[in-house]
Design a protein around this ligand. Structure first.
Ligand code: ZN
Length: 496
């Protein structure tokens, strides 16, 4: 009986009562105008689900001919429509239409006005249908801020904001308001507010809000506690805005005061890069990084021992291989107050020359990232390396940086003093202070930097680096910077 009724209804619809008419579709993004064919029946205008899909989705619908069912993919939602029922599903939510959907020749027809109303309410707020003049206006731009993931770590919270592609640096700004909210605004963006509001607050984040203000997206996060420091950067693959929020935990407070107590710079750790089976970078003539840097480090150490009362610890004093992890371990166990790793550089661009000092932080430039990945390659000489080292990208690097953030200011000062002093004495180019993810700096609980004293790949600089006078100039500059840094720290301590 039921089946007979449907067949009859379908007969009615596809025969005498049906008229074809058009809905005018105006796309407000590009102002294009199209027609969407409808079937006008006694029950109002019906539209083809396959045609709607072309309009609202960039993915083909799933059509089940046997069960007379079609699934539409609109944005991140699925809309399930079946023949001979007035119910449709938007994800897991059920909506009822005033009339049944009809299956005609491999396509479903659905009541236009109520369907558009449901889609507007659930997925696309930017559409509006006027059933009086049969006009559908589409104001749908693609979201480029899509979702948020929050992870809680031992010393802070990490937000990963999924974006369609990286934004120009200047488009993103962030600030803490005294009302306890942290705001991120992104110019020229469109945020999927529905999706963002769905995310679960975690860690230091109590509440999440997202708003679209014209062309600007504003994301707001209510903080549970005070955040001590934060870092924001964009990653490319996957495309994300990554924010790390470091909170002050009670543990840290006692640790900081302990650090203060034993702050006096009495022990310095000098780390000559590479050694033994690992030559470091090499020139065409066979000049090896490992030998140059060991000589410089020894010269620095000698000056310190001669002229100060500082205790100098070497991670290696000979041509031996020392794993990276052991270098930092040694530094921590010897109660070092400063860790200086000395390396020599290499570039495929043979004209590149000069000296630069690095801080442990997510790399800002491709050059810096390349230098770090070359220096980190040392690990391949080590046994069971994969167990000890984490892949130094994205989150791992941020966590490592966060763990060090209490030394960051000092490390920055030290780095800039080194560059300044080298600029005075070393006849080469000052390439400035840079940042990247160096494995050897991870875990050093003290201000730490990595110096690239010059390019072995540059013929002229190689000649200089082989010259003892030039190496002594470099060593002297590093020595001067250490002394200066210690002086400024001790002055600061006596004043505070
Ligand atoms: Zn090196």
């Amino acid at each position: 009986m039921k089946i007979f009724f449907y067949v009859f209804l379908r007969f009615l619809l596809v025969s005498s009562f049906i008229q074809a008419s058009n809905i005018k579709v105006i796309n407000r993004v590009d102002e294009s105008v199209n027609n969407l064919e409808t079937l006008e029946t006694i029950n109002g205008h019906f539209i083809s689900v396959n045609e709607i899909s072309k309009l609202l989705s960039n993915r083909a619908p799933f059509v089940n001919n046997e069960r007379e069912k079609i699934v539409l993919y609109v944005r991140d939602s699925r809309v399930k429509i079946s023949a001979n029922t007035s119910f449709i599903l938007v994800d897991d939510r059920v909506f009822q239409l005033p009339t049944y959907c009809l299956w005609i020749n491999g396509d479903l027809y659905i009541a236009a006005a109520s369907f558009f109303e449901i889609i507007k309410r659930t997925i696309l707020p930017g559409i509006s249908f006027n059933k009086n003049n049969l006009t559908l206006e589409l104001n749908i731009k693609e979201f480029n801020i899509n979702s948020i993931k929050i992870a809680q770590k031992a010393n802070g919270t990490i937000l990963r904001i999924k974006t369609k592609e990286p934004f120009p640096e200047g488009n993103i700004s962030s600030f803490f308001h005294e009302n306890g909210w942290f705001y991120i605004t992104v110019a020229n963006s469109l945020v999927d507010t529905t999706e963002l509001r769905k995310s679960d607050p975690k860690g230091v984040i109590k509440k999440i809000a997202a708003d679209q203000l014209g062309n600007t997206s504003q994301l707001a996060f209510q903080m549970r506690t005070k955040v001590e420091s934060h870092d924001i950067y964009q990653s490319k693959d996957p495309s994300e805005i990554v924010v790390s929020l470091r909170t002050r935990v009670t543990d840290d407070i006692s640790r900081i005061s302990k650090v203060r107590d034993r702050w006096k710079i009495d022990t310095i750790v000098l780390d000559a890069g590479h050694g033994g089976k690992d030559p470091g970078t090499m020139s065409k003539n066979g000049t090896m990084e490992k030998n140059i840097v060991l000589d410089i480090v020894k010269r620095v150490g000698l000056s310190l021992e001669k002229n100060t009362k500082m205790n100098v610890i070497y991670t290696r004093e000979e041509d031996v291989f020392v794993p990276l992890w052991m270098r930092t371990k040694l530094a921590n166990e010897s109660n070092g107050k400063m860790f200086i790793s000395v390396h020599a550089n290499h570039s495929h661009n043979r004209s590149a020359y000069g000296f630069e000092t690095y801080l442990l932080r997510p790399g800002k430039t491709q050059d810096a990232i390349e230098v770090a990945s070359r220096e980190n390659e040392v690990i391949k000489f080590e046994d069971k390396s994969d167990e000890r080292y984490k892949n130094l990208s994205g989150e791992n690097l941020i966590m490592a940086t966060m763990a060090q953030s209490m030394f960051m200011k000092e490390s920055e000062e030290l780095a800039s003093m080194i560059q300044q002093e080298m600029g005075k004495t070393v006849k080469s180019k000052n390439r400035g202070v840079k940042q990247a993810g160096f494995q050897v700096l991870i875990g050093a609980s003290m201000p730490n930097v990595l110096i690239e004293v010059g390019f072995v790949s540059n013929a002229n600089e190689e000649r200089n680096l082989k010259n003892a006078k030039h190496r002594q100039d470099i060593a002297y500059a590093i020595y001067k910077a250490i002394v200066k840094f210690r002086y400024s720290r001790e002055k600061y301590l006596s004043e505070n």
